[in-house]
Design a protein around this ligand. Sequence first.
Ligand SMILES: [Cu+2]
Length: 117
Amino acid sequence: MRARTALAVFLVATACGSDNSPTLPNNNTNASYDVYALSNAFSPNYLQIAVGDTVRFNIVPASNGEGHDVTFDAKAGAPANIKVTSNGVLSRVFTTRGTFHYNCFVHPGMSGDVQVQ
Ligand SMILES: [Cu+2]
């Protein structure tokens, strides 16, 4: 009797477990990530995210007071560029798979990539 009860509890727990943790496709996380525009670099300068995720570009002035822009290479699905900004947090949602390269043209060589899977 005791063994049968334990088996029943196990089966119910197993069934509930599978109901409560469906396997979500990895393009449905709606996660947010932060990228910091520091003196002359983006940090991190590479992100791997899922379709629908958000990247928050946290822009603070460079040591000489210059702002930063976030200009994406022309590519279908690239989000809107961010004009030169000296201070602020601007979010972009990535809705298309692919790798999106961006530059800050105020600071040559300041660039990053967002890979959307
Ligand atoms: Cu910059």
